[in-house]
Design a protein around this ligand. Structure first.
Ligand SMILES: O=C([O-])C(=O)C[C@H](O)[C@@H](O)C(=O)[O-]
Ligand SMILES: [Mg+2]
Length: 443
């Protein structure tokens, strides 16, 4: 190996699970726990460069990350195409943990398959390797992906019905207050717009009966005339309910996200929707639930079940897989945008780097980041005019704050295991002891 290649070989990989404060955000499954698990990955090259990655931190992901971390030692950071085969070889047979109908967090992340679990883990390593590679050669990650086509990536305000505080005084308190009716959600949207400059708005639905959520979208449309609005009940509605909501809101929605559960029902809704929406065009359906793997694309696209796929680089297998997804979507005339789950700044930087390289990205991306008051970076990423600037600093352009990392890791160590897996249903039981995962369709 040349000296240069040797310097790019991996000498050390560090895994640090953390628990991150999360507000009491409501969704159709329940409510967010006061702390959510994330996994921070550091890869260190022989040349002394450290790359950062982040992915889901639930126990099942962490278990796969350990053997993958060990097997990376000695391999070059540039060997990204070798990661899937390596993960398949060393991560063991996780099929038992992911039966045929398994889902993650009640379906909020779509199906749970062995392949997808592996991809969700290796994506964190891919990002860390890209960061290290970029830092080693003095190039931003977007350059390693072929170069940026925009200088800033637009994000939407991610609106949630929420309580002022977690039940029983658990967790941290923030100053957002409750948002449980149209006025509360409009006030939340106003603060997002004023603070971050967001001009498009997504409401997490499926929490209250549809008429109440329709009224909230109407209130948002009145408060922000002409602005793109989305509603996402996470598959909680029946086909007739979805069609009724589409009929009522077709003139103000940019798209309707996962109104129903599963490709077959999405196809039914899409087929029935001809003629609604602005100018008589069909109101598009978006998903981050029924198309979350390459295996699910063929059926969904040939049945015209979805018109926009919300990619999530974590579970699609990384930044390069996200670009492959975008290419497949483009070939089928399907739009692409970006989904988010609670995440920190490393993932926001990764999302921004890859989004900057996608020519066909026409929708503002989702991000939970403004809800996260804690981070592991020395400097938080910032939104201006609803956008994150795409810098040209080497790698992801972010730096780890070791003290913050240690604090959030200590919280993970101190937990007795109840918060190490995201469980919105269990969190809801602190407010409503009889709460169980709602049957779908809920309405
Ligand atoms: O668009 C989505 O479905 C999501 O962002 C999934 C998340 O889990 C969301 O429901 C949440 O944070 O409660
Ligand atoms: Mg969604």
């Amino acid at each position: 190996m040349s000296d240069r290649a040797n310097a790019l070989a991996l000498a050390e990989v560090r895994l640090t699970p953390v628990l991150v404060a999360d507000p009491p955000l409501l969704n159709t499954q329940g409510v967010h726990q006061p702390y959510t698990p994330r996994l921070i990955i550091e890869v260190v090259t022989e040349g002394g460069v450290t790359g950062l990655g982040e992915t889901y931190g639930d126990a099942g992901y962490l278990e796969l990350a350990k053997p993958l971390a060990a097997s990376l030692i000695g391999r070059p950071v540039t060997d990204l195409n070798g990661l899937p085969a390596l993960a398949a070889e060393v991560c063991g047979d996780v099929a038992a943990a992911a039966g045929p109908d398994a889902v993650d967090v009640g379906g909020l992340r779509g199906v749970r398959t062995a392949d997808k679990l592996r991809l969700s883990v290796l994506s964190g390593f891919e990002v860390a390797c890209l960061d290290a590679w970029g830092k080693a050669v003095g190039l931003p990650v977007h350059a390693l992906l072929g170069g940026k086509v925009r200088d800033a990536v637009e994000y939407s305000a991610y609106l949630f019905h929420r309580w002022a505080a977690h039940p029983g005084g658990r967790g941290e308190r923030d100053d957002w207050g409750a948002a449980l009716d149209p006025a509360g959600v409009v006030a939340q949207a106003r603060r997002f717009a004023d603070t971050y400059g967001f001009t498009s708005f997504k409401l997490k639905g499926g929490v209250f009966e549809p008429a109440r959520e329709v009224a909230t979208i109407r209130a948002l449309a009145e408060a922000f005339p002409g602005r793109p609005l989305r509603l996402d009940p996470n598959g909680a509605w029946s086909v007739p309910t979805a069609l009724a909501v589409a009929e009522e809101l077709g003139d103000v929605l940019e798209y309707l996200e996962d109104p129903v559960s599963g490709t077959a029902r999405m196809a039914e809704v899409a087929a029935a929707l001809g003629g609604t929406g602005p100018g008589g065009a069909r109101l598009p359906l978006a998903t981050n639930m029924c198309v979350t793997t390459f295996d699910e694309i063929a059926e969904a696209f040939t049945r015209d079940a979805v018109q926009i796929v919300l990619s999530d680089h974590h579970y699609w297998g990384g930044l390069r897989a996200t670009r492959e997804l975008a290419a497949v979507c483009a070939a089928f005339g399907v739009g692409v945008a970006m989904h988010s789950n609670t995440h920190l700044g490393i993932s926001l930087a990764a999302m921004t780097q890859v989004a900057a390289t996608l020519p066909g990205l026409r929708y503002a991306c989702d991000s939970h980041y403004p809800w996260q008051t804690e981070d592991v970076l020395t400097e938080r990423l910032t939104f201006h005019d609803g956008r994150v600037a795409v810098g040209d600093a080497p790698g992801l352009g972010v730096e780890l704050d070791r003290d913050r990392l240690a604090v959030l890791h200590r919280r993970w160590l101190a937990d007795d295991g109840t918060l190490r897996d995201r469980d919105d249903v269990a969190a809801m039981r602190h407010a409503d002891p009889g709460w169980t995962a709602p049957a779908v369709p809920r309405w």
